[in-house]
Write a protein that binds this ligand. Structure first.
Ligand code: SF4
Ligand code: ZN
Length: 710
């Protein structure tokens, strides 16, 4: 018998006992009716919601739940199955304890995150589905020394793994100067039971993206096994409760690797494994979950990965900057002929960054020449938009905006590590070839820091930008021959699919028609299939027989019909990574919009987090829909329900974000230049009657439109 199984039982007993005490105390102090829950989530206490199906809102509901899990699962059963069941008890116990910790409001302060909210969950949706973030690692405990802690952490970061941290490892990493937090996809959850927030995150993936109903235990376990590629690294001494929690992870099908020695009979093959070598630990975790990392073989002095995307470089930490109105700067992808390019070459015209004084600035021209047999002029902008990610994913590099508006910074640390401009070129060449193998055959890069050269070439670049804009304006749904589907999100939301048209961007905001088209060229059997447009039966609502036929087959006959331009009638489904949500606002005969960034209350009485819980998971929900923000300024924006003029409320930030284009569209739609100011926002309020009064006062067009509900 494995000693570990015994520890799992003892740990579960301790955890359940402690949970009971905490719960009794809480009831005594706050009363049985006291509200319980985590901030900004539509999934109550996710462990209990997912596995048990109970939507816990009051303290007293926890009493029978804790009793039930104890009587049904807590057993001195020293088998693997028994240990996993005791793990389940531990998950519930930790959830109860944490819920009690939140009774008088969130109490975790930086650097600890505690519970990760729904907006955080959704923020990484797209990176999870396209495997930019290929998996999750949960690190519990204390590494043998700081150096080892950093080594494991950097190894995971360089592979793009999402990292959840619990206990002493957090202090070790902070002490070593590592930056942690949501922006770095490395969450310092906290200590002790706070590790349950890793589980709360993982289980919500099933609830929010997978459309797995609350309480469907089997389906949730299956979802975790197939779609959530997580593993646990257990460092240092493992007390009983930690071991029990690790078996909780195993209950959800996520294995544990410990750096502690285990007797041969203690190892549970494929599930609980000892690996003292920190390098091999990570590799083993990836292997156990079938995570394949396609790493670029690049000889550069910095790490690359999504963990560095959110990194900011302050003025004091900066070695040099380019653009951002301080100097002239631009980036430009050009399609060229086979004879106009020398594959793999990076040239620099002007001084390198060692000649810039510390904290100084230089002009920049970043020109990428591409030749490819299947390259098309239309793909220039698709590739050009990638530069932002490519540069931003570099450690100590920061990139903002695009075209001739770019602003780039290089940190002192990366400069000191040996980073120079030619590395930027090498990274771009490698990434473009790796990500777009079918359309990119040869790449050459010309970097300019010479003012006269930059001034000369930027004129040409600007001509190209203008020509592209002209072409995009002419691209309409009526004029194109193909629409594209996107099933990228099916890795997490198995029944969801987007239909992408020139005038309707994917709801994540990350895939437009050109992107989908390019991706289809690259891999016709990949996530984006072509759908021959054909003629619509209802051009206003956007019913296309070809689209419906495609959807019916592709959804395994779950969806029969979808309208492209209506959110009231057979709307498109939503996965979970939408940028904004539309919701019916019947009191105003219109709609309201809220965004992931806006955490406040909305007129329909729900925050983004709660609304998202209604919309997501791949179901069709008339009156609610997730969209990409750019869709709002499309001519096809809910054309079937009255269009732009229906918008009665949206957050101020969204107004700012869309303003110029929005005003243009309003004028075009005959709503007038000041329509945007007739839309209520949080300054007006979030109560329907207050808003109605405001709309009345400003003469909002929705008030005189046909009834939206019919
Ligand atoms: Fe997911 Fe739709 Fe975006 Fe594709 S377009 S990644 S399916 S949200
Ligand atoms: Zn999605």
């Amino acid at each position: 018998m494995s000693n570990l199984f015994k520890k799992a039982y003892e740990g579960a007993v301790t955890a359940a006992g402690y949970a009971q005490i905490r719960l009794d105390q809480a009831i005594e102090e706050f009363g049985r009716d006291h509200a319980v829950g985590y901030p900004e989530t539509a999934y109550f206490l996710p462990v209990i919601t997912a596995l048990e199906g109970t939507k816990v809102e009051r303290l007293e509901q926890l009493v029978p739940i804790l009793n039930k899990v104890k009587t049904q699962y807590l057993r001195p059963d020293f088998t693997f199955e028994g240990a996993r069941n005791n793990g389940r008890v531990t998950l519930f116990a930790a959830e109860v304890i944490e819920a009690c910790n939140y009774l008088d409001g969130p109490k975790y302060e930086a650097p600890w995150t505690g519970f990760l909210t729904d907006p955080i969950l959704r923020r990484f949706g797209i990176q999870l589905v396209d495997f930019t973030i290929p998996g999750f690692a949960v690190i519990i405990g204390k590494a043998k020394d700081t150096k080892t802690a950093v080594e494991i952490f950097r190894n995971l970061q360089g592979k793009g793994i999402m990292i959840m941290l619990s206990n002493e490892i957090i202090e070790q990493l902070l002490e070593a100067g590592m930056t942690l937090g949501v922006d770095y996809i490395a969450f310092p959850l906290g200590n002790f039971t706070q590790v349950i927030h890793a589980v709360n995150y993982a289980l919500r993936a099933g609830l929010a993206f997978g459309g797995v109903p609350a309480g469907e235990l089997k389906q949730h376990l299956e979802y975790q096994k197939k779609r959530v590629r997580a593993f646990v690294l257990a460092l240092g001494n493992q007390d009983d409760v930690r071991v029990a929690a690790e078996f909780g992870a195993m209950y959800l099908n996520h294995p544990t690797i410990t750096d502690q020695p285990l007797a041969k009979e203690e190892e549970v093959s494929d599930w609980y494994i000892s690996e003292p070598d920190p390098k091999k630990m990570v590799a083993l975790g990836l292997e156990l979950r079938g995570i394949k990392i396609t790493s670029l073989d690049l000889d550069i002095p910095i790490l690359m990965g999504p963990a560095f995307e959110g990194e900011t470089i302050r003025k004091n930490d900066m070695h040099v900057e380019f653009g951002g109105t301080r100097t002239t700067a631009f980036e430009w992808v050009r399609m060229v002929g086979p004879d106009e390019i020398e594959d793999g070459k990076v040239s620099l015209i002007g001084p390198d960054i060692d000649s810039a004084e510390e904290g100084g600035k230089l002009p920049l021209g970043f020109m990428i020449k591409i030749y490819g047999r299947k390259m098309q002029k239309d793909f220039e902008s698709v590739l050009e938009r990638r530069i932002h990610d490519i540069v931003n994913f570099g450690e100590g590099l920061w990139h903002n905006a695009q075209r001739d508006l770019i602003w780039v910074r290089v940190s002192k640390a990366s400069y000191a590590a040996g980073f120079r401009l030619h590395h930027l070129g090498e990274i771009a060449i490698a990434k473009l070839k790796a990500d777009f193998p079918a359309i990119v055959d040869r790449v050459e890069i010309v970097i300019m820091t010479d003012q006269a050269e930059v001034d000369k070439v930027i004129v040409e670049a600007r001509k190209t930008y203008a020509a592209r804009d002209e072409r995009m304006r002419g691209l309409t749904d009526e004029k194109c021959d193909m629409f594209y589907s996107c099933k990228l999100c099916q890795s997490f939301a198995p029944s969801h699919m987007c239909v992408i048209t020139p005038e309707r961007i994917g709801l994540c905001g990350a895939v437009n028609w050109l992107d989908a088209r390019a991706s289809h060229e690259i891999d016709p059997n990949g996530p984006n299939s072509a759908i021959e447009r054909g003629e619509p039966t209802d051009p206003v609502k956007g019913f296309y027989p070809n689209v419906n036929e495609f959807i019916y087959t592709a959804s395994n006959k779950a969806l029969e019909e979808v309208s492209l331009y209506s959110f009231m009638e057979q709307p498109m489904t939503s996965c979970g990574c939408f940028e904004a949500i539309l919701a019916l606002f019947p009191e105003a005969n219109g709609i309201m919009i809220t965004t992931r960034e806006y955490g406040g209350m909305t007129p329909c009485g729900m925050t983004f987090a709660t609304l998202a819980g209604t919309v997501g998971g791949g179901a069709q929900t008339p009156g609610f829909m997730g969209v990409g923000r750019q869709y709002i300024i499309s001519k096809k924006f809910i054309a079937g329900d009255g269009g732009l003029g229906r918008i009665c409320w949206m957050p101020k930030d969204l107004k700012v974000y869309l303003r110029d284009e929005f005003v243009k569209r309003s004028v075009e739609a005959g709503l007038g230049e000041d329509f945007i100011d007739k839309i209520a926002d949080e300054d007006v309020g979030s109560e329907p009657d207050v808003i109605a009064e405001f709309l009345e006062k400003v003469g909002h067009p929705a008030l005189t439109m046909d009834s939206i509900v019919e």
